[in-house]
Design a protein around this ligand. Structure first.
Ligand SMILES: NC(=O)c1ccc[n+]([C@@H]2O[C@H](COP(=O)([O-])OP(=O)(O)OC[C@H]3O[C@@H](n4cnc5c(N)ncnc54)[C@H](OP(=O)(O)O)[C@@H]3O)[C@@H](O)[C@H]2O)c1
Length: 251
């Protein structure tokens, strides 16, 4: 695959930003989309990385922004969706509009205009909450993540003949920059999480970025329609094993 042009939707912050930082080490043109442009204090990383402001809930904004993006940097080889609804109001409507419909609108628009490069890849940031329930997250988040997983499988089949692979990445407990202070103030919670994760530590945004990078690469050339879990093994443990001490084995 030629890596001429990558687009990271939701790449101004969080996990998307970590991917932009990883890809900034390479040479491809990178277009980063967020609701707002990053403030001037955020480094722009290098030439060839351009930031665009677009609200994914507004179709007209999507068409004009993506027309501009492709006009400037060419057809898309890697397209990653890392946006997350952070608005107020009904979270079910918001999560579906930003996470699911926003993704669908962009893919359909780029396909309809034939704006993907040959042999391209799409990755959607999902979550283990597409399959499991976390008490602290709202209904809308769970429903949107399950819908995104099906969206990945649907487009994987629909777009395969065009040479476009579509996969998802499902992170779990990730220690983001913005959460560092929280865990510093709550070290016992962090220790608790670490004690549950078979690999013994929380994931990092770079761990997630590496998984996305792999799925976008030629090394994943025969992989499409898959959701790759990045969670240090946590979700493969049977529930009752989570509370068991690893040094005590039942006979
Ligand atoms: N963080 C985790 O631990 C974790 C775990 C599992 C799954 N995930 C998934 O990973 C993805 C990224 O999560 P995150 O925590 O890194 O997100 P985040 O830090 O909240 O960043 C969200 C990004 O989405 C953009 N965005 C939000 N609403 C938008 C809209 N209406 N139009 C255009 N852009 C919009 C934001 O732009 P602005 O800054 O301009 O608003 C920002 O760039 C999400 O799909 C999330 O569900 C994250």
């Amino acid at each position: 695959m030629t890596l001429n042009h990558s687009i990271v939707v939701g790449g101004t912050r969080g996990l998307g930003r970590a991917l932009v930082e990883l890809w900034a080490e390479g040479t491809s043109a990178i277009s980063v989309v967020g609701r707002k442009l990053p403030d001037a204090s955020v480094p722009t990383l290098r030439d060839g990385i351009r930031f665009y402001s677009a609200d994914l809930t507004k179709f007209e904004t999507i068409t004009s922004t993506f027309d501009e993006i492709v006009k400037v940097a060419g057809p898309v080889s890697r397209l990653v969706f890392s946006q997350r609804f952070r608005g107020t109001g009904d979270t079910l409507d918001g999560e579906l509009d930003v996470g699911v419909k926003g993704t669908q609108r962009i893919i359909d628009y780029l396909v309809s205009k034939d704006l993907f490069a040959e042999q391209s890849a799409i990755v959607v940031l999902s979550s283990v909450l597409g399959q499991f329930i976390a008490a602290e997250q709202p209904l809308g988040y769970h429903v949107a993540k399950a819908a995104q997983d099906q969206l990945v499988r649907f487009y994987a089949v629909q777009l395969a003949s065009r040479g476009i692979r579509v996969n998802g990445v499902a992170p779990n407990l990730i220690e983001k920059e913005s959460g560092r202070e929280f865990y510093l103030k709550n070290p016992e919670l962090k220790r608790h999480y670490e004690s549950l994760i078979p690999l013994g530590h929380m994931g990092t945004p770079r761990d997630v970025a590496n998984a996305i990078d792999f799925l976008c690469s030629d090394r994943a050339a025969h992989i499409t329609g898959q959701i790759l879990t990045v969670d240090g093994g946590l979700t493969v443990l049977l529930q009752h094993s989570l509370g068991a001490r690893p040094d005590i084995r039942p006979i």
